[in-house]
Design a binder for this molecule. Structure first.
Ligand SMILES: [Zn+2]
Length: 591
């Protein structure tokens, strides 16, 4: 057993032999002195650099960033693997402070680039020698026309502590203070909100409905606070839009995502035109559960019990095979994570929860952390995180400033990898019960990341537009929420009455405005790509590899264009829903 556990930990020695390795100390001090050197050389001088000099500076900046990120990531990995170890804690705290100090010292460089006047900026960006940094330079400039003079920016930042940020904190504090008394299996228990929401997967429909009702009741009790928080968040946003010259409520989000507003609106419209697919699924699910009609608390009910377990070795085999069916090169890249022990597998006390893949730099290999317990979800997570890993490895053709893929494409390889696994399992399995539960889980996953996020976004859009007209009562907000959800559910799902308050617990509305459509974007992009793969077969493979290899060297639309993909084409998005329709039809054939 000891052996299994030992090999199930990641080996960080290729970074540094240990935390007392002299190389680690040397890298900390070298990073600091390189940073000082860079500051001395370029501070206050960026505007006067020629294209050739700017290129030199950018190359130097990349070298600098690569050497700064190595000791910091090492510290982070040790801490993630065992946060209770005092030495790990100290090292990670030190690395964090170090990173903070270094980035403060380097901040001037981007700021001076942003401040360049337009003519000078154009000249530089059109210079052939800077071609490989074009996207980097362009993305820095995105905010120029939406940025206020420095003194005003500082004032806004300062006053927001007692303004909108105070309301955000209040939202967090109230939500996380909720404790619920809930009776389960004849026993009274104290539960957190998360635990109650987890009960939406409980096999008993009464438990599901009671859990969600109990959960929402606290939000209704605090309606005065939530009403004020939401109203203020929207008012603050509309003031911001005016101050910073944004034409519409989603403007800042589109800008951050580097997506054209029309592309996003097109995606939303195509999604709405496909709501009937979700409704059809909900009717199927009702049949599976033996119900005349679903309530919204039944959507995630387990369809047919499948409690199959997978040893980690079995999971590894499946995931390698799934990627291998797409490309042998992929299988090899994925395989190196196992053979080089770059996966930390099992849950342990003190280990960070969840799962992640850490990409470090073009010259260092990525690492994966899991909390593997052996259910099907865990196998999918392995496929997911290794998809990120694959993406990071392929992006290593790019230099440091172009290494991390831009946000809307960041989940492409991971979700695609999960699809490869689902497909393999469906082909491999003969037990119809298992196929049904596999398909239901996948379809519900897709509905939650596409249609539901569109509903959330439409609600959010409407809420912001209505708030511009004046203060909203919580009754108003509840009815917007109800109506937007009804658009999706139609008469296929009955919403329970307390769900009127369903808007009040969604932290994205407060923390990261209009973030929800990004989920739809990412998921549907992958479904459409996957559908293309099914149709085009082998010829699709190099196109897909090219997308992943591009890293963050271009804007999302430019990254996918060579593969013949146009975000403004509704037909492309429809392909994603055609794929979903295929899954629903497949499910129907087993029911
Ligand atoms: Zn991910």
């Amino acid at each position: 057993m000891g052996n299994v556990l030992e090999s199930a930990r990641w080996n960080t020695a290729p970074l540094y032999a240990s935390m007392v390795a002299p190389e680690l100390e040397a890298d900390f001090s070298m990073g600091a002195s390189m940073t000082d050197g860079f500051h001395e050389k370029y501070f206050g001088k960026v505007a006067s650099l020629s294209a050739k000099q700017l290129k030199e500076a950018l190359v130097e900046m990349e070298r600098l960033q690569e050497s700064l990120v190595k000791p910091q990531t090492f510290a982070y990995l040790l801490f993630a693997a065992d946060s209770e170890d005092t030495a790990n804690k100290k090292l990670s705290q030190r690395a964090m402070e170090f990173g903070n100090r270094m980035s403060q010292e380097l901040l001037f460089f981007d700021l001076e680039l942003i401040a360049l006047d337009d003519a000078r900026y154009r000249e530089l960006i059109d210079d052939a020698s800077l071609a490989s940094y074009r996207h980097y330079l362009e993305s820095l400039r995105r905010y120029k026309s939406h940025t206020l003079p420095e003194r005003e920016e500082r004032l806004i930042k300062e006053k927001s502590l007692t303004g909108v940020e105070a309301f955000t904190r209040l939202f967090d504090e109230i939500s996380s203070s909720f404790r619920y008394d809930f009776e389960l299996d004849g026993e009274k228990q104290e539960m957190t909100g998360e635990e109650l929401l987890g009960l939406l997967h409980h096999p008993d429909s009464c438990v599901r409905e009671r859990a969600f009702t109990t959960f929402l009741s606290k939000y209704e009790e605090q309606s005065i606070a939530f009403g004020a928080i939401f109203n203020n968040a929207a008012l603050d946003h509309s003031q911001d839009l005016e101050l910073r010259n944004y034409p519409d409520v989603m403007g800042p989000t589109h800008l951050a995502n580097e997506l054209a507003p029309e592309a996003v609106e097109g995606l939303m419209k195509v999604s709405e035109n496909n709501y009937h697919l979700a409704r059809h699924y909900f009717q199927l699910k009702a049949r599976l559960l033996g119900l005349p009609k679903l309530k919204n608390t039944d959507i995630y009910a387990p369809a047919l019990g499948s409690d199959r377990r997978y040893t980690f070795n079995k999971a590894k085999e499946l995931v390698l095979e799934a990627y291998g069916l797409f490309s042998q090169d992929f299988r090899e890249i994925i395989g190196s994570f196992f053979s080089e022990h770059r996966i930390d597998v099992l849950p342990r006390p003190g280990k960070s929860g969840g799962a992640f893949c850490m990409g470090i730099s073009p010259s260092l290999p990525p690492f994966v952390l899991l909390n593997y317990t052996g259910n099907l979800r865990d196998v999918a997570t392995l496929a997911h995180e290794l998809g990120h890993g694959l993406h990071f490895v392929l992006s290593q053709r790019q230099s440091m400033l172009n290494y991390h893929s831009s946000f809307p494409l960041a989940e492409t390889a991971s979700v695609f990898g999960e699809m490869l696994l689902t497909r393999l399992l469906l082909q491999r399995e003969s037990d119809p019960k298992f196929k049904i539960s596999l398909l239901c889980a996948k379809i519900e996953d897709i509905i939650a990341t596409t249609f539901r996020q569109v509903v959330l976004t439409r609600f959010e859009e409407r809420f912001h537009l209505e708030r511009k007209q004046g203060l909203l009562s919580t009754e108003d907000i509840c009815s917007f929420w109800w109506e937007e959800n009804a658009r999706l559910y139609g008469d296929s799902v009955a919403m329970i009455e307390p769900y009127r308050w369903g808007w009040s617990y969604i932290s994205h509305f407060i923390h990261s405005r209009f973030y929800c459509y990004s989920y739809t974007f990412a998921e549907l992009l992958v479904l459409s790509l996957f559908n293309k793969y099914l149709k085009e077969g082998e010829t699709f493979v190099p196109k897909y590899i090219h997308i992943l290899e591009s890293g963050g060297s271009r804007a999302p639309a430019d990254t996918v264009r060579p593969a013949g993909i146009n975000f403004n084409d509704p037909g492309f998005w429809q392909e994603g829903y055609d794929f979903l329709q295929g899954l629903v039809e497949e499910l129907e054939s087993y029911v």
